[in-house]
Write a protein that binds this ligand. Structure first.
Ligand code: F6R
Length: 642
């Protein structure tokens, strides 16, 4: 890990001040506190505060925290006026995906803001009136004295509001066309690409620029590339967020994942002096090896000095010694014994040798993440005799197509004895017949969809060799909204995880350490596990024999279906032979409802087994290029230390 001090030392390539937080929650709380402070100050002076608000996943935690402050600390919003950035067009306010509904659900319905103080562009305005309507919106902002604090997210196209690439610097509130990438990102809300509107109403870059203070938030690694361009790149309309470099009072708040591509994080030696921790040396050597295309053991003093790394060789050690050191440490991450190798010297192994037979829980956010992301390791753990349990955290019912549900309901109907629960089946079929594109499923249909995924998960886990009493379905309540938008993590969710851990008392826990989407299911599932470890006393001295097991419980994180750890982050790499890779593929095949095209494919059109294989093969290739042994594929893990 890079130390905090280091992170703040380098600024030279960043043209906007960026504050990096260890996670989105910390950063969001800070922004919420700043807003609360501003509201209270204005209240004291008998004045109002004008907020410019964004929707999407980025500001949700801020709204949640402001709602908490309202409930628990009496923060009032009666002097607050708000202007939302944008709205899809055309879209009725009551539509599930409308920003009017979003703002109500996350914020306005839970606070005491006067209704007349809320302004959100209206997605129903008839086309001929749009231009006037937008001009009026702009005048209204000016009438209230302009925006005091503007919240912004950043889209993967670099948009702010819905100002897509090509937007002018002085653009005002207007109708725009959405970029195809933005429309694809919106599928998570609309379910089908064809239902995502092509247009939106948005405040312009010029409107945003009139704000006195701007907070731009970037959470999650999917924002890393575009954030670097916005902050370090040239100012131009290709990346509209780069215009913010010209605003006198912008603060960018990013979590570590979103900041990962900033030069000070990715290659800090390029922008200043470094405090060379072992992790940073590893990062630099891997970077140098990849940059020069040479295996680690062939890197020379000249390679180091020609690539801004002479400091490392001159002051710390010569190239040869550094090479050997990092080569060995990478070599030690490789193990075919993910549960530890019994009776072996484990000084340099990722896992402990003892106890030889470990109790293991694999937490899988959706019913297929276990086999997709760590199927090979799962198979090995079972084959090597460990007591493996798998826990499916959510039902995954949202990702089942209606036509699959229908098939099963008809099967149930036709196979049920006379007069049995036919009415129930018929009513589900009637519902599916008339279901509108944006309509949520009834509880009964969700139940069937959940059962479909349960059956597939069971088949996958049995294929890996687990007995049925080692397969657990947690059905965590936060997921059960019937919609893409989930509830925040609740006490009951954590209680369920704690109860399972107390029952099994595992030596190893595997969890999806997927930090890509701060509000996605994976992230919430991970939070539930962190929270459970916390409640069970991880990292604290244990005086009670009954709770002491938590001290010996190691948490290994695998990545979700889309990303992999960087090589310098990997602490355990489990090689897979071609046969093991094929077996893993079969376990993934068990998830039939996710084959071909699941409802939420993201913008990667490959099937899950293809994504998994290519990713595992790529990790093996990288190890090979660094000069380590050549394997067919590798699954990678990072240990979380409390
Ligand atoms: C939303 C908006 C957009 C989002 C951006 C990031 O009102 O104007 O610019 O802020 O698309 O979206 P999330 O936060 O969902 O990643």
């Amino acid at each position: 890990m890079i130390t905090t001090a280091l992170k703040y030392q380098f600024r030279s390539l960043e043209n906007i001040p960026v504050k990096i937080w260890s996670d989105a929650r910390e950063g969001s709380l800070h922004i919420a506190q700043s807003i609360a402070l501003a509201i209270r100050q204005r209240q004291q002076d008998g004045e109002r505060l004008v907020l410019g608000l964004a929707t999407g996943s980025s500001p949700i935690r801020i709204y949640e925290e402001l709602v908490r402050m309202h409930r628990e600390e009496g923060l009032s919003f009666n002097n607050v006026v708000t202007f939302n950035l944008d709205e899809y067009y055309p879209l009725a306010p009551e539509a599930q995906q409308s920003y009017v509904r979003f703002m109500g659900e996350y914020f306005f319905d839970h606070i005491d803001i006067p209704k007349e103080n809320i302004h959100i562009p209206d997605g129903r305005i008839p086309m001929p009136e749009v231009a006037n309507y937008c001009a009026q919106y702009e005048r209204l902002i000016d009438h209230f004295g302009g925006i005091d604090i503007q919240l912004l997210g950043i889209g993967r196209t670099g948009h702010i509001g819905f100002n897509e690439p090509g937007s002018w610097e002085n653009s005002l509130t207007r109708m725009v066309r959405l970029d195809s990438l933005t429309r694809r990102d919106a599928i998570k809300d609309f379910l089908r690409e064809e239902d995502v509107p092509y247009r939106a109403l948005t405040m312009g870059i010029g409107s945003i620029f009139k704000a006195k203070t701007i907070y731009l938030m970037a959470w999650g690694m999917h924002k890393a590339d575009i954030l670097r361009e916005a902050v370090e790149g040239p100012v131009n309309s290709v990346v509209p967020a780069s215009y913010l470099q010209k605003h006198p009072n912008v603060k960018v708040y990013a979590d570590e994942a979103a900041a990962a591509e900033l030069t000070r994080m990715k290659a800090p030696w390029l922008v200043g002096m470094c405090n060379w921790s072992e992790d940073l040396i590893c990062k630099a050597v891997v970077w140098l090896s990849q940059k020069t295309g040479k295996p680690i053991l062939k890197l020379t003093d000249t390679d180091y000095s020609e690539n801004h790394l002479s400091e490392l060789t001159v002051e710390y050690d010569n190239a040869y010694n550094i090479n050997i050191r990092i080569f060995n440490s990478l070599q030690h991450t490789i193990t075919g014994w993910p549960g530890g190798k019994p009776n072996a010297d484990d000084t340099h192994r990722p896992e402990r040798a003892q106890p030889a037979r470990k109790r293991v829980i694999i937490f899988s956010p959706h019913p297929d993440d276990d086999v997709i992301s760590m199927g090979g390791t799962f198979l090995r753990l079972v084959e090597q005799g460990h007591d493996v349990h798998v826990a499916y955290q959510t039902s995954g019912n949202l990702a089942v197509h209606d036509y699959d549900a229908r098939r099963y309901i008809e099967f149930l109907k036709e196979s049920s004895p006379d007069g049995q629960p036919l009415e129930r089946m018929d009513s589900m079929l009637r519902f599916l017949d008339t279901k509108a594109p944006d309509q949520s499923d009834t509880e009964a249909v969700r139940h069937i969809k959940g059962l479909i995924r349960r059956g597939e998960a069971r088949a996958g886990a049995r294929f890996a060799g687990l007995p049925d009493d080692h397969i657990h379905f947690l059905d965590m309540p936060f997921y059960e909204t019937g919609r893409a938008r989930k509830k925040p993590l609740g006490e009951e969710d954590v209680r369920i995880v704690v109860a399972l851990m107390e029952q099994i008392k595992p030596h190893q826990v595997y969890a999806a350490g997927d930090l890509a989407d701060p509000h996605g299911t994976h992230r919430v599932c991970l939070e539930s596990i962190f929270e459970a470890f916390g409640q069970l006393g991880a990292g604290k001295p244990q005086n009670d024999e009954k709770t002491a097991w938590i001290d010996g419980c190691w948490l290994w994180m695998y990545r979700g279906a889309w990303h992999e750890w960087n090589v310098d982050e990997i602490e355990m790499a489990v090689p897979l032979s071609p046969m093991e890779l094929e077996k893993k593929r079969k376990a993934i095949y068990m998830h039939q409802s996710q084959k071909d095209r699941p409802p939420f494919p993201g913008d990667d059109h490959r099937e899950f087994w293809q994504r998994a294989e290519e990713r595992n093969q790529r990790t093996a290739q990288i190890y090979r290029q660094l000069g380590l042994a050549e394997y067919e594929a590798m699954e990678a893990f990072r240990r979380w230390k409390f």
